[in-house]
Design a protein around this ligand. Structure first.
Ligand SMILES: *[C@@H]1O[C@H](CO)[C@@H](O)[C@H](O)[C@H]1NC(C)=O
Ligand SMILES: *[C@@H]1O[C@H](CO)[C@@H](O)[C@H](O)[C@H]1NC(C)=O
Ligand SMILES: *[C@@H]1O[C@H](CO)[C@@H](O)[C@H](O)[C@H]1NC(C)=O
Ligand SMILES: *[C@@H]1O[C@H](CO)[C@@H](O)[C@H](O)[C@H]1NC(C)=O
Ligand SMILES: *[C@@H]1O[C@H](CO)[C@@H](O)[C@H](O)[C@H]1NC(C)=O
Length: 632
């Protein structure tokens, strides 16, 4: 009969597995296959000396260890599968997964309390597992069918739903992540069922009739099912890994968008006040680059009311001599509109309080025209600063970047990161995930330098490149920084390799990267642009892939009297839930014809597909083949 050798099976088992960088769920499966093999081997190689109690103890010990390892998987049933809720059959799947968890918990209690059995008998468990109506064995087959196998399976339905608009609307997870989380969630439960099954088989090894064929059948069936699922998953894991945000339902400044202000602004000035010699002998066009010399006609209402441009005035042109004009009540705007006698209008006419209206501005100074120009003036109303400081996750504590957003603080645009602690097998400790406060500095602080701590945009020097940067497998984003490269603000990433099995970052190998396209970058042509938030159609994302840049500029004269600085900045948070490490970060432009659009960040989630498809090696290994079960 049997003689059950006692040796430390479990340390053996762990060393065997350190060589493979597979997904945690597959790693657990693989470990369990090994445990099983060893237990069977023990059972088969034994002779004489019956020791049923010892055998039970060994079993319980082995399964207790596996159970402990299983705790590395997120246990929350909703973990990562919330976005599937809208699927028709999801409630069924959810309820069935719940049943499996409940039965498994019972088993766990049995293990913990062994050899006492406080109301949980092995017969009960057997019934929960094997009864052909509601046993977990039946249930898991049903789950596999709904999730993967049937026509209109969850995977099929999801695949159909994943067009571009769907993605940015339900931007909790990247498409690959959706499948990854489904795979894990179902995988954890089918492994639980398999463990339950095998426990009962092994437990009853010699007391009831379990034939070798039956056992071999159950393990072959499980491995084959998993292999098929992995094969199917390999395809769907090829789905995109990016996350970005659609336009919000309602635009709210400071909450979901922000803007630079008065970088270049439409400005009206009388010739005489732009002329150093105080003459009006030129035309408006002559003033391509000048400044204001103060009110020549101090009695002019216009001149007294007009908010003076104290720096560069340029690009002037003449429209007509007679007009009425409305000064704006909005602090950031100088004017609401100008309507000329002919009817031509710059900006949008609207109700204008008498106090703001200046009619027929042609005064005694007949030959001195009023010109329409642009003003580039720094000052308390002109936010045009971009932080150049690096923003790095707390890598000393093994944290990595998990999300990103733009944010304006103290008038300076920053990239803000969300960070979380990296665990083994590409998981993030969700309890550590938080947004990191941005550097709280002001442009006026001592020891803060323009060009070093921040960048100051000005006419002709206000471009930002649109890039998507992605890193290799087993590398993650640990920081971001906006830098000046070739006179343009450009994204660069701080990247760190990590150990898959321990999750440890290798800080000595960190490096920085940015995009350097082989072709010369071209400018996004933002023409005839109105204020971005007036758009009625959702903004369209423009793929840029390192070829394009955006130049911050003013809105159209006709539509907005050139009062607004565009594009705007989308400041919505871009992060996944649950958080995962990032393989990339990008900045892109989105907009519609006729509107100024937005710049916005996007993220690329870690590529788990590189770690899938490793279970098959088990099938091919001699290790498994040599186990032949012959029990009578
Ligand atoms: C997939 O979609 C079809 C059609 O809407 C629906 O009948 C089916 O139940 C869905 N499948 C799942 C698994 O939700
Ligand atoms: C369930 O098992 C019972 C008894 O073994 C058997 O009579 C019955 O046909 C089985 N039902 C199904 C659906 O397999
Ligand atoms: C894999 O996909 C094929 C085709 O969609 C399907 O017929 C099959 O049942 C799937 N198998 C599994 C195990 O998911
Ligand atoms: C790392 O985390 C520990 C506790 O979680 C904290 O005490 C320590 O200050 C952190 N180290 C750094 C560099 O932030
Ligand atoms: C970091 O990587 C280098 C080069 O691959 C290696 O020599 C070193 O041991 C690694 N350090 C850690 C802590 O893994």
């Amino acid at each position: 009969m049997f003689n059950f050798r006692t040796f430390s099976i479990f340390s053996f088992m762990v060393t065997l597995c350190l060589c493979e960088e597979r997904l945690l769920i597959d790693h657990l499966r693989w470990n369990f296959f090994n445990l099983e093999d060893q237990l069977w081997e023990m059972a088969l190689n034994s002779n004489s000396e019956h020791g049923i109690e010892k055998w039970e103890q060994d079993l319980v010990k082995g399964f207790t260890n596996i159970n402990k390892e299983m705790k590395q998987m997120p246990q929350d049933l909703y973990y990562g599968i919330k976005p599937l809720r809208t699927n028709f059959d999801f409630p069924i799947v959810y309820a069935e997964l719940q049943t499996i968890d409940r039965i498994y918990d019972k088993f766990e209690k049995f293990l913990n309390e062994y050899p006492k059995n406080n109301g949980i008998s092995i017969e009960d468990l057997s019934y929960d597992i094997f009864n052909n109506k509601s046993g977990v064995q039946v249930i898991i087959n049903k789950i596999h069918e709904i999730a993967y196998e049937q026509k209109d399976s969850l995977v099929e339905n999801l695949t159909q739903m994943l067009h571009r608009e769907y993605q940015c609307k339900t931007s909790e997870q990247s498409p690959q992540q959706l499948f990854y989380n489904l795979y894990n969630s179902v995988g954890l439960r089918d492994l639980k069922v398999y463990i339950l099954q095998q426990f009962i088989y092994l437990f009853y090894l010699e007391t009831i009739e379990i034939t070798g064929t039956k056992l071999k059948f159950s393990r072959d069936k499980y491995r084959k099912t998993i292999d098929n699922i992995i094969k199917n998953m390999t395809m769907v894991f090829e789905n995109p890994r990016d996350i970005w945000k659609c336009d919000p339902k309602t635009f709210i400044k400071g909450k979901n968008y922000d803007e630079f202000t008065r970088l270049l602004q439409g400005y009206i000035e009388n010739e005489v006040d732009m002329s150093r010699s105080r003459s009006c002998r030129q035309t408006c066009d002559y003033y391509s680059f000048t400044e204001n010399y103060g009110c020549y006609d101090y009695k002019s209402t216009f001149c007294r009311k007009n908010e003076r441009c104290s720096e560069k005035i340029f690009g002037c042109f003449f429209v007509e001599s007679y007009a009425s004009m409305c000064f704006s009540d909005v602090a950031l705007r100088r004017y609401d509109y100008i309507r000329y006698k002919s009817g031509e209008t710059l900006g949008k006419t609207k109700y204008c309080p008498a106090s703001n209206l200046v009619n027929s501005w042609q005064r005694w100074f007949v030959r001195c025209h009023y010109c329409v120009c642009l003003c580039d003036e720094q000052g308390p109303l002109s936010d045009r600063y971009i932080s150049l400081r690096p923003v790095t996750a707390n890598v000393e504590n093994n944290s990595v970047v998990t999300g990103i957003r733009f944010i304006k603080k103290n008038r300076i645009l920053h990239l803000q990161i969300q960070e979380g602690k990296l665990l083994s097998h590409g998981y993030i400790d969700q309890s550590t995930v938080h947004w990191v406060d941005v550097d709280d500095f002001k442009i006026t602080d001592e020891d803060i330098t323009s060009g070093q701590d921040f960048f100051t945009m000005s006419f002709g020097d206000a471009s930002m490149t649109m890039d998507e940067i992605e890193v290799k497998t087993l590398h993650v984003v640990t920081g971001v920084q906006l830098k000046i490269v070739d006179n343009s603000v450009q994204l660069s990433l701080h990247v760190t390799p990590f150990n898959w099995l321990t999750g440890t970052l290798n800080l000595t190998e960190s490096f920085q990267i940015f995009d350097s396209p082989s072709n010369k970058r071209t400018k996004f042509n933002i023409k005839n642009a109105d204020v971005p938030i007036l758009t009625t159609d959702p903004s369209k994302m423009h793929e840029s892939a390192g070829e394009k840049y955006v130049e911050f500029t003013h809105t159209d004269f006709g539509k907005d009297m050139a009062q607004t600085t565009i594009p705007f900045i989308d400041i919505q948070e871009v992060a996944s839930s649950p958080a995962v490490p990032l393989a990339g970060v990008g900045i892109y432009y989105k907009g519609n014809n006729g509107y100024g659009g937005f710049i916005a960040p996007r993220i690329t989630t870690y590529d788990y597909s590189k770690h899938l498809n490793k279970l098959k090696s088990v099938e091919n290994s001699d290790h498994v083949e040599k186990i032949e079960i012959e029990i009578n």
